[in-house]
Ligand binder design. Structure first.
Ligand SMILES: Nc1nc2c(ncn2[C@@H]2O[C@H](COP(=O)(O)OP(=O)(O)OP(=O)(O)O)[C@@H](O)[C@H]2O)c(=O)[nH]1
Ligand SMILES: [Mg+2]
Length: 290
């Protein structure tokens, strides 16, 4: 039977940091397009994750976590701007919150939606954390009553619960229009970006305090002409002390991080990888980018 894709559009996935936006986009798309850690503000740029269905093409925009003005720190102003930018493109919003937890930043996001008058599906994530489903029902009732919220769907992105229902609800609210992306295309980001993001994820996972936020990764060399892909990655940090921590005693920590990153890059490329990593500290005030 031929495919008849007639509904398509951009769906901005908004929410405060750590509610599971990237986990949700990856689960919906069926591939890891966006990195995930247990630390807030992991996502730093808007990333497209494209889901091709029989009758629809849903283009999710994973965004950095939004914070209210009072909570701003590090580079959160720029991250907020990036997330709000996604709204200008969006046909629909998935507002992601955590089950049974409602914070000031959630109200702040609702205010934003009201200002720009965009409809949102309230996606209540991490329902797996609660055995008592009645408490979730009460939470859904309490927070669905808002003029911008058109539907409410409880899900668990991590355990793939209720995601097909969420897709059906999204499709219902998408405009009828020709899809913009070719079938098979799952993200707007190239392989270079995805490789550096894998390394950043592994660094964020292993580092503590402010350190995860002060590292940048850059791909210095990529050669996939031979059987083994040769990759050189540069990790840049702002202080020599940070460089020492990342490398660890006798290079132990960097070895663990690089091994985890290599395995994931091999998975992405479907090829064996030889990964060489270097850590360099860049003086304060200088751009981390070469
Ligand atoms: N128990 C549970 N944990 C989840 C679920 N979804 C995500 N998580 C966890 O929540 C943490 C944050 O997940 P992310 O997907 O990085 O959250 P995010 O909203 O993209 O975070 P930022 O990019 O920092 O804004 C990770 O430790 C995930 O494993 C879920 O459905 N259930
Ligand atoms: Mg994220």
């Amino acid at each position: 039977m031929t495919k008849k894709v007639n509904k398509s559009g951009y769906v901005a996935v908004l929410g405060r940091p750590n509610v599971g936006k990237s986990t949700l986009v990856n689960a919906l798309v069926g591939e890891k397009v966006s990195i995930v850690t247990s630390k807030p503000q992991t996502t730093q740029l808007n990333i497209l994750g494209i889901l091709h269905n029989r009758e629809s093409q849903i283009v999710f925009i994973d965004t950095p976590g939004l914070l209210s003005e009072r909570q701003m720190k590090y580079n959160s102003k720029a991250l907020n701007r990036e997330a709000v930018n996604a709204l200008s493109q969006a046909d629909l919003v998935l507002m992601v919150v955590e089950a049974n937890i409602w914070k000031r930043a959630d109200d702040y996001i609702l205010e934003h939606l009201k200002e720009i008058n965009t409809n949102a599906i309230l996606t209540v994530n991490k329902v797996d954390r609660f055995k008592n489903k009645n408490s979730i029902l009460d939470f859904l009732k309490d927070h669905s009553n808002n003029s911008q919220i058109i539907e409410t769907v409880p899900v668990s992105a991590l355990y793939n619960k209720n995601l097909s229902r969420l897709t059906t609800v999204i499709e219902r609210h998408l405009p009828i229009q020709t899809p913009k992306y070719k079938e098979g295309m799952i993200t707007d980001k190239d392989t270079d970006f995805r490789i550096t993001e894998i390394m950043r994820e592994r660094l964020m996972h292993h580092l503590r305090d402010e350190l995860p936020y002060s590292v940048e990764c850059q791909l210095d060399h990529f050669d996939d002409k031979k059987k083994i892909v040769m990759i050189d990655l540069m990790i840049r940090t702002q202080k020599p002390a940070h460089k020492k921590i990342i490398i660890g005693k006798a290079g132990k920590l960097l070895k663990v991080i690089a091994t985890e990153a290599r395995l994931e890059i091999e998975n992405l490329l479907n090829k064996k990888v030889f990964l060489s990593t270097q850590v360099r500290s860049v003086k304060k005030g200088k751009s981390l980018r070469a």
